[in-house]
Design a binder for this molecule. Structure first.
Ligand code: C5P
Length: 402
């Protein structure tokens, strides 16, 4: 079987007009790399800095990288009619604030307009995205939670943050997304991708079927493939909802995530998210659950213990059988006879597309070899990292869909 040659289509940034707002946090140094990547991708970048940002990086750095003087003040008499804070967003494709400090998010949520960047945000006529960066306690603090809720309700796209070691030496959620991750999220934000305007629902990770309040049945799914698929769909411009079993992975930028535990929870969450245009079931859903999970911890009183298992709903088959079914994609992890088992599964669940892989080559790993099964036959995607495979899958799916 010859390998399938696909070109994963993400939105080109060439000639896109991006306003890059930089606020005062140590991650401002990463914004310089982001600016460089945007310019390299062909975007026309205008940088706007707050006073605090200039304590970390000088405007000259961004001027050198963007090729344009940086806007730093509302009160620059030398700049034309002095109305940059209004004009700049009028023909911009996106206003991106990276890093967005806790203070800046608070000011944005309040609609303040007391410097060039906040005024530009308030007066904007283009999409606004923010990439928060702050200490993890600041990120978790109730005022920041409230501000975030307000900003999301106002239609501001929030990219990240990521978890990990912070500049202050503490560890937690609050690091700015890496510039390359912000770049891939931008494709989705700027529209025009192969899945622009489509709603995509993805399931990922394992399910956990309780036996009693402290024990359960689960599996070795890491969620890596499902998260990569969600990310690739968002990069292709889709509005993505990710229904996820327990994983330790970060939510891909621009993706809305719903956490679930059992197959029954996942089933409910998926049905509540319908209708959608595409349903990609990557989760390793338990086929069976314990019939009557014990309300209290089971005591060790006998030499053996019998658990009665009952079948879980097949979420994918149920969605695929709906009269107005979305385009459904299944995953089949087999340990043998991949081609026969996978194609039989595709026909049984009535799927236009099924992705097969050998479980022992894939589970928990960062790379996978996949075979796509559809009405045209089989297509091999030679072993590659899971994000590349997810982008290939989305490209193939988009071709079929469009
Ligand atoms: O039948 P099998 O479990 O092998 O099918 C795998 C595919 O079906 C995967 O796409 C998985 O996410 C989906 N599935 C489901 N609900 C189940 C079992 C599997 O959506 N209860």
């Amino acid at each position: 079987m010859p390998p399938l040659l696909l070109k994963a289509e993400t939105v080109s940034l060439a000639r896109k007009k991006i306003l890059l707002g930089v606020t005062g946090g140590i991650a401002a140094y990463k914004a310089a790399e982001l600016c460089r990547l945007l310019v390299k991708a062909g975007a026309d970048v205008q940088v706007v800095m707050t006073a605090a940002a200039q304590q970390f990086v000088t405007p000259l750095t961004f001027q050198a990288l963007s090729g344009k003087p940086v806007l730093t003040s509302l009160w620059d008499a030398a700049s034309g009619d002095g109305m940059e804070h209004i004009h700049l967003s009028r023909n911009a494709d996106l206003l991106l604030v990276a890093p967005a400090s806790a203070d800046f998010l608070a000011r944005l949520a309040q609609g303040r307009a007391d410097d060039a960047l906040s005024t530009l945000c308030l007066a904007r006529a283009c999409k606004l995205a923010v990439a928060p960066a702050m200490n993890h306690e600041m990120w978790a603090a109730p005022p920041t939670r409230r501000n975030l809720g307000q900003l999301q309700a106002d239609g501001v796209q929030v990219l990240g943050p990521a978890a990990g070691e912070q500049a202050c030496g503490e560890v937690g959620l609050g690091r700015m997304l890496e510039p390359v991750d912000i770049m891939s999220a931008l494709s989705g934000l700027l529209g025009g991708g192969a899945l622009a305007g489509r709603r995509v629902l993805v399931t990922a990770g394992p399910t956990f079927e309780p036996i009693d309040p402290v024990r359960g049945l689960t599996n070795l799914s890491s969620g890596k493939m499902g998260y990569a698929v969600a990310r690739a769909a968002a990069e292709a411009g889709a509005e993505v909802c990710l229904v996820s079993g327990a994983t330790c992975l970060a939510t891909p930028a621009g993706v809305r995530r719903i956490d679930v535990q059992s197959a029954a929870d996942m089933h409910r969450a998926v049905l509540a998210e319908l209708p959608c245009d595409v349903f990609i079931a990557v989760a390793a859903v338990a086929d069976y659950r314990v019939d009557a999970a014990a309300a209290q911890k089971i005591k060790k009183t006998a030499d053996d213990l019998t658990l009665r298992l009952v079948a879980n709903p097949d979420i994918l088959a149920e969605v695929a059988a709906l009269p107005d079914a979305p385009f459904c994609v299944g995953f089949a992890a087999e340990t043998e006879q991949l081609a026969e088992f996978a194609e039989a599964k595709r026909l049984r669940k009535k799927l236009p597309l099924l992705v097969g892989n050998l479980a022992q080559d894939t589970l928990g790993q960062d790379a996978a070899e996949l075979v796509l099964f559809d009405n045209q036959g089989q297509h091999r995607l030679p072993r590659a990292d899971k994000l590349t495979q997810a982008r290939n899958l989305i490209a193939h799916l988009a071709n079929q869909l469009n």
